[in-house]
Design a protein around this ligand. Structure first.
Ligand code: BES
Ligand code: MN
Ligand code: ZN
Length: 499
């Protein structure tokens, strides 16, 4: 997809679609006024009639408009002009571009409303718009005979000067969009397509050409690492486990290394504590944490961010085969902690336990893990929010601030010591589940046992990573939640250190 920024007037650009914003209320936006003059007041007249997009999110398509070079004019309402909202604008534009991209060989020219530029600045907007166009054109229907979404041949963003900083902003947005698409695609792939071995190969393949070193630990190397918790989960499956270790060193040796750890359960049947069908159907997406880590590393490496990353991705399939791990079994995790298994469906924390301790021993200075860890988190916060948990408030505050800057939704949950009482075992150091109450928190308290004193944030993306329903701005399936926020965080970290 080719992007251009041009100061040209909207009327002069040849494109399949000219997309121009309007707002709630009486007056036309400055961009529409310009066109209105050319059209002898036609738009002013239309704006008082039925069918005009007078509410946020509504749109109107006019064909064969005289005096403009584009094939059609699409007028879309971005909402309240006096309080421009970037996240809503993004959603609305996604909806429009998804429609435009549903036919082959389409091109688009679009204007960015002046009120948005005033509030957020050129580069932020160009970055978001380019990301938006990149994600909108990618379909999630990867297994259908007929494609339902196509890359646009060309996207012209009008009304802004062609400058190196604007070009860079577009490039950043495009890279971020491609990374989100990568995360979504992996989440959407079915479990006989993406399993530990194939995920590992895809992961290394996606990033090695961008200055990342990749290492795949197979079942033998995993055994040498004494990852007894992760291996126990893998035992019930015909598919051997993998651990992927990616290293990207964009900053100097004295800069801290950020450890990113991902839960990659490529299918979670629940194991012997088997899930009912209705809960199992979406469990191909239980590797979303792993896919999120990969998307982030992909973006950081392609953006050449001056940051050091150590990514550890634990990949297993949780099944019920003859060697499946059993209730009552006591596992020894990589860090020596013994764990009594009370529920084989609480497998994610076992995988993360060993992946986190690996990252700690390989000198991660700060950690973030990503996991579709608990249904309890979805019960607590709903399907849109990510749950945040930490052992160090300052690091968590930085993560939360980054999500605010990126318009992603998150809520922190408490980590009082007493929650860990639920994990006491009669026979081992701990058991792998607590009671019915506070399940998202007891899962986090379990993970805390494997991070030593390293500042750590656990992100439970069980709700946010996967959506059963399509909405105006995206398909059903993987969402790519947290990729934008954490890439944002990692780019701002280096701003700090270069000061
Ligand atoms: N992968 C699930 C959590 C999940 C649930 C993710 C819904 C996405 C949507 C996890 O492995 C799991 O099964 N957790 C159990 C924990 C319980 C046994 C303590 C759960 O949430 O029920
Ligand atoms: Mn489970
Ligand atoms: Zn799971």
């Amino acid at each position: 997809m080719k992007f251009h920024v041009a100061e040209a007037s909207p009327a002069e650009i040849a494109a399949s679609w000219l997309i121009v914003g309007c707002f709630e209320g009486e007056s036309l936006s400055p961009e529409l006024m310009e066109l209105d003059e050319l059209l002898g007041g036609q738009l002013s007249r239309l704006s008082t009639r039925d069918g005009w997009p007078s509410k946020r999110g509504e749109s109107l398509t006019l064909h064969d408009v005289p005096s403009i070079k584009a094939d059609r004019l699409l007028i879309v309402n971005y909402g309240d002009e006096s309080s421009p909202d970037l996240s809503k604008t993004y959603e609305i534009l996604s909806g429009v571009l998804r429609k435009v991209a549903s036919k082959e060989k389409q091109s688009a020219a679009l204007t960015i409303p002046a009120c948005l530029i005033e509030k957020f600045g050129e580069t932020v907007l160009l970055e978001r718009f380019a990301e938006c166009a990149t994600t909108a054109c990618a379909s999630q229907a990867i297994y259908r005979k007929e494609r339902d979404r196509f890359e646009l041949t060309e996207v012209n963003i009008l009304g802004l000067p062609e400058s190196p900083s604007n070009e860079e902003a577009i490039q950043r947005g495009r890279i971020l969009g491609e990374s989100i698409n990568l995360t979504r695609e992996l989440v959407n792939r079915h479990p006989n397509d993406i399993y530990p071995e194939t995920f590992a190969a895809r992961a290394v393949d996606a990033v090695v050409s961008h200055g990342v070193t990749g290492k795949i630990l197979d079942e033998h190397l995993i055994e040498n690492e004494k990852m007894g918790a992760l291996m126990a989960v893998a035992r019930g499956s015909a598919r051997p486990p993998r651990v992927v270790v990616l290293e990207y060193r964009g900053a100097g040796e004295d800069s801290p290394t950020i450890g990113l750890v991902g839960k990659g359960v490529t299918f979670d049947s629940g194991g012997l504590s088997l899930k009912p069908s209705a809960s199992m159907i979406s469990m191909k997406a239980d590797m979303a944490g792993a896919a999120t880590v990969l998307g982030i590393v992909h973006a950081c490496a392609k953006l050449e961010l001056p940051v050091n990353i150590l990514a550890v991705i634990g990949l297993v399939e949780n099944m019920t085969g003859p060697s499946a791990y059993k209730l009552g079994e006591v596992l020894t995790a990589r860090n020596g902690t013994t764990i009594e298994v009370h529920n084989t469906d609480a497998e994610g924390r076992l995988v993360l336990a060993d992946a986190l301790s690996y990252a700690v021993d390989h000198k991660a200075d700060r950690l973030i893990d990503f996991a579709t860890l608990t249904g309890a988190c979805v019960v607590a916060l709903g399907e849109e929010l990510t749950g945040a948990f930490t052992n160090q408030q300052e690091w968590c505050d930085q993560v939360i601030q980054a999500t605010r800057d990126s318009d992603e939704l998150i809520w922190q949950l408490p980590m009082y010591d007493f929650y860990a009482d639920q994990l006491k075992s009669d026979f081992a150091d701990c058991k792998n589940i607590g009671t019915r109450w506070g399940g998202a928190i007891t899962a986090a308290k379990f993970l805390e046992k494997f991070v030593d004193d390293v500042p750590w944030v656990h992100l439970d993306i069980a709700g946010a990573a996967y959506s059963e329903k399509e909405c105006a701005s995206r398909d059903a399936g993987g969402t790519g939640a947290m990729v934008r926020s954490i890439v944002g965080l990692l780019s701002s970290l280096n701003e700090e250190s270069s000061k």
